[in-house]
Design a protein around this ligand. Structure first.
Ligand SMILES: NC(=O)c1ccc[n+]([C@@H]2O[C@H](COP(=O)([O-])OP(=O)(O)OC[C@H]3O[C@@H](n4cnc5c(N)ncnc54)[C@H](O)[C@@H]3O)[C@@H](O)[C@H]2O)c1
Length: 438
């Protein structure tokens, strides 16, 4: 364990909180700076503004040891400043760096007095010089250390990363770089010290590649539906080739979250700003939008005559989080709502965020109340508890026993044995007449 340092973490979202809690676990003292009043209030009261497994207990433990100090603006005295604010995109796909700009300007005085600054947010490759200007112009103590954590596994990924990437400018101060390494490189994983643009390209490129894999798996799912084949067996067979690998290819009706769709667009946008076509990343984004539309069409086609209610079980972009940013479940719910369907949704963690993001959604307090009266019930997020619902009972309260599984969560044979007309993404489908429902 390296010596204990005082570190300021700017931004208390999923990355800032994982960083602050992870550093506290490593014995450091953390000033956690958050400008959003509701988030700061909740942190000061000892509770987390987000759902992330294991984080509430770790935050409480850090609080008991006096290692995390939430505050509204940066204070002097830190050894290192870590910027973890959000970097959303505008509608045209370009990056909205306003949070980064305000964060860097807010610590420019501290940086001028010698404190190194590390950008942990994901920024578009090539923006390093602009970031340095917002900080006052000195590039010797500005570094990048992109975060690769997965929501749902944030703390374990922070504490045990697959690799650590540190981006530097050519004029990097060796003492400042040594401090960045001391604090942020603490496991036996690979360490890459590269140029600033390379660090950002590694982060943007990694997310874009994960998105490509998912878009490919989802496209294969649609093709399997047309051919009456099962995509899980197909993907398993493809992934057994060690040159390909089978991870991160779980087929569904689309990928989402605050990172993959955004970083795919941002990378495409950076390439286009250099006059490049960026065929591959642009196609993966288009395919993702198409896969969600295809799924919404399937749901609409399944709706029995006289019924208008859809139950969406799961609203978060994936299981294990309350995050609904670019959630495919919510985007499909919105498409159906705009076509005049009544959509009732339920999520074990994300109801509040979903209600905020989709005003037309009927937010149910349980899976049962979402499914009551539904003509079609949809698995939108792969929460394991949906597998254990009393599906025999649910069939008695739905308007029709029709279920479509967008996440390959449920056992089709069991559902059919219970009398359901059951369909799933990328699976062979019985005609409704064959299933005896219509
Ligand atoms: N969420 C992930 O899984 C993940 C993983 C890896 C990388 N990233 C990247 O990390 C960055 C942060 O992501 P996130 O999901 O934690 O975002 P987030 O939106 O959840 O959190 C950002 C927080 O920063 C706060 N903030 C904004 N400006 C501030 C300022 N000037 N001073 C203090 N606080 C300020 C916001 O109020 C917000 O609470 C993004 O660039 C994202 O792309 C995210």
């Amino acid at each position: 364990m390296s010596r204990s340092r005082r570190i300021s973490v700017i931004g208390a979202g999923y990355v800032g909180l994982a960083t602050a809690v992870g550093l506290a676990v490593r014995g450091h003292e953390v000033d956690l700076v958050e400008t959003r009043a509701d988030r700061l209030e909740s942190l000061l009261a000892g509770s987390l503004p987000i759902h992330e497994p294991g984080m509430a207990a770790a935050y409480a433990d850090a609080g008991t040891r006096g290692r995390i100090h939430p505050m509204a603006s940066p204070a002097p005295g830190s050894d290192l400043l870590l910027v973890c604010v959000g970097t959303p995109i505008y509608e045209d796909g370009s990056s909205d760096l306003r949070q980064i700009e305000s964060a860097l300007r807010s610590v420019a005085d501290l940086a001028a007095s010698g404190t190194p600054v590390v950008i942990r947010s994901t920024v578009p490759a090539g923006s390093g010089e602009t970031l340095a200007e917002w900080l006052g112009g000195d590039t010797s103590r500005l570094f990048a250390n992109p975060e690769f954590l997965r929501q749902g596994h944030a703390i374990e990924d922070f504490l045990d990363p697959a690799r650590v990437v540190i981006g530097t400018f050519p004029a990097a101060d060796p003492d400042a770089l040594a401090l960045v390494k001391e604090v942020l490189y603490f496991s036996n994983c690979a360490l890459l010290v590269v140029g600033m643009a390379e660090a950002d390209l590694i982060k943007n490129g990694a997310n874009a590649f994960l998105a490509l894999k998912l878009s490919f798996a989802n496209e294969m799912a649609v093709l399997c539906e047309a051919l009456g084949a099962d995509v899980t067996r197909v993907i398993e067979g493809i992934g057994l080739d060690p040159r390909i690998g089978g991870t991160h290819m779980q087929p569904s009706f689309g990928f989402g979250g605050s990172c993959l769709p955004k970083d795919l667009c941002a990378l495409t946008n950076v390439g286009k700003s250099y006059g490049l076509a960026m065929h591959v990343t642009a196609a993966a984004s288009e395919a993702n939008a198409d896969h969600q539309l295809h799924f919404a069409n399937r749901i609409a086609d399944l709706m029995p005559p006289g019924c208008r209610r859809v139950a969406m079980l799961g609203l978060a972009f994936k299981a294990g989080t309350d995050d609904t940013r670019s959630s495919p479940a919510l985007q499909v719910a919105q498409m159906l709502f705009e076509r005049g369907f009544e959509v009732a949704g339920y999520d074990p963690q994300a109801n509040a965020n979903a209600a905020h993001e989709m005003p037309g959604l009927i937010v149910a307090t349980s899976a049962q109340s979402a499914a009551a009266g539904a003509g079609v019930t949809v698995i939108g997020t792969e929460w394991p508890e949906f597998r254990d619902l009393d599906w025999a009972y649910l069939a008695t309260i739905m308007a029709a026993p029709i279920v479509i599984d967008g996440r390959r969560l449920l056992d089709g044979e069991r559902m059919r044995a219970l009398g359901y007309h059951f369909e799933a993404v990328g699976a062979p489908t019985l005609h409704k007449a064959e299933s005896g429902i219509l």
